[in-house]
Design a protein around this ligand. Structure first.
Ligand SMILES: *Cc1c(COP(=O)(O)O)cnc(C)c1O
Length: 380
């Protein structure tokens, strides 16, 4: 099954390979092997498992198919995917990134890459003038994440990729929050798309994985070379779990998105809540821009409590959500951004970005929304 004419739910279920070529089995087996017999001393399609594994190949083909890339790459975590994609840069290069970047990426770009001679300017990436002003002769790439997290700033993907093209810069976009089902950055001009597949693509909070894809054969070649050279690849069992998770993405994400809309509207009317951030709300500032480049609001929302004294009791009383720094699972996940997802970012920086101690993020799961609301309302 290699045609691209199928619609999203069909592609998600059948992916690039929908049965085991060797046996016809309905699922690609977990090829738990480190190397492959060379018949008569000659290598076959697979020669050593760091270079390639059929279980991993399934999810690599799937992400390329879903995003419209020429080739996909699977890594052990989302951060391994980000680090491996950024290996397209070299010492002396300069990068432009959002000042409200995902905390783990912020840590990597601000502490690890500088030691390797790659510097980053963190700017308000929603403002084209700020991006232009940050470009230097050493600038090689722009890193994007939209919607941003946890405050849902929306970046105009088409405008940034047009600017990047004009200035000869590479663009990379972390599409974790939207998934290829809701936002397809390669079609909007982005060069490299990255996912933490730990989140919605895996979807069950039971694995860690990262995916990268590109529509440019030259970039694909370099990504492939580095993936094999560095070796932060996704294991066969995790590849199997990820392939299985991807099959139900549409059912899960659409159900979660409906409930997120419902909860966002109810939270907005609650007297203990100061403000709600969710692209699906009619008064959400970036709504028009977001829906010009994405087909849905997603299933994550943030809200701020009026009183800080209510945060700890809420976290103690709430029963259904797992309280943790993650998102995208079938179960609802509640995050206190200040102390969890954004713990790596210094307090002054968080405050400057508007991430206060009263801010909570909910990744809405697929439970019954009335149960979620009753739980949340009681804890509020
Ligand atoms: C979680 C996350 C990552 C990192 O992924 P891991 O799988 O935890 O390494 C990167 N970007 C975003 C937007 C994320 O939410």
């Amino acid at each position: 099954m290699t045609t691209k004419t199928y619609r999203s739910a069909t592609l998600l279920v059948h992916q690039g390979i929908d049965r085991d070529p060797a046996t016809g089995a309905s699922a690609i087996p977990i090829y738990q092997a480190s190397t492959y017999h060379h018949v008569g001393g000659q290598p076959g399609e697979y020669d050593y498992a760091r270079s390639g594994n059929p279980s991993r190949r399934q999810v690599e083909d799937a992400i390329a198919l879903l995003e419209g890339g020429v080739r996909g790459f699977a890594y052990a975590t989302g951060m391994a995917a980000i680090g491996s994609a950024l290996a397209l840069l070299k010492s002396g290069d300069h990068l432009i990134a959002p000042n409200d970047l995902y905390g783990g990426s912020w840590r990597y770009l601000s502490t690890v890459l500088p030691e390797q001679g790659i510097t980053t300017s963190f700017v308000d990436i929603t403002d084209l003038n700020r991006i232009e002003a940050a470009i230097t002769p050493a600038t090689k790439a722009i890193f994007l994440e939209t919607p941003s997290n946890p405050l849902f700033n929306i970046t105009d993907i088409r405008a940034v990729t047009a600017l990047a093209r004009q200035r000869g810069l590479l663009t990379l976009l972390d599409n974790t929050f939207m998934t290829p089902l809701l936002q397809r950055p390669l079609e909007l001009g982005v060069d490299v798309v990255i996912h933490s597949a730990t989140k919605f693509l895996g979807g069950h909070s039971d694995l860690m994985a990262g995916l990268v894809t590109t529509a440019d054969p030259q970039l694909a070649k370099r990504l492939k070379y580095f993936q094999n050279a560095f070796g932060a690849v996704l294991a066969p069992f995790d590849s199997f779990l990820l392939a299985r998770g991807i099959k139900t993405l549409k059912l899960r994400l659409e159900a979660a998105q409906r409930s997120a809309q419902d909860l966002a509207e109810r939270l907005q009317d609650h007297p203990a809540v100061a403000r709600v951030w969710f692209p699906g709300l009619v008064d959400f500032a970036g709504r028009e821009l977001h829906f010009s480049q994405a087909s849905g609001a997603g299933a994550v929302l943030s809200f701020e409590l009026k009183e800080q004294a209510r945060v700890a009791p809420l976290l103690q009383q709430i029963k259904l959500p797992i309280i943790a720094p993650s998102l995208g699972g079938v179960e609802t996940i509640l995050t206190h951004c200040w102390s969890m997802s954004h713990a790596a970012i210094p307090a002054e920086t968080k405050l400057r970005l508007g991430i206060r101690e009263t801010l909570l993020r909910i990744s809405v799961g697929i439970e019954d929304v009335e149960d979620l609301w009753e739980d949340l309302a009681a804890a509020l």
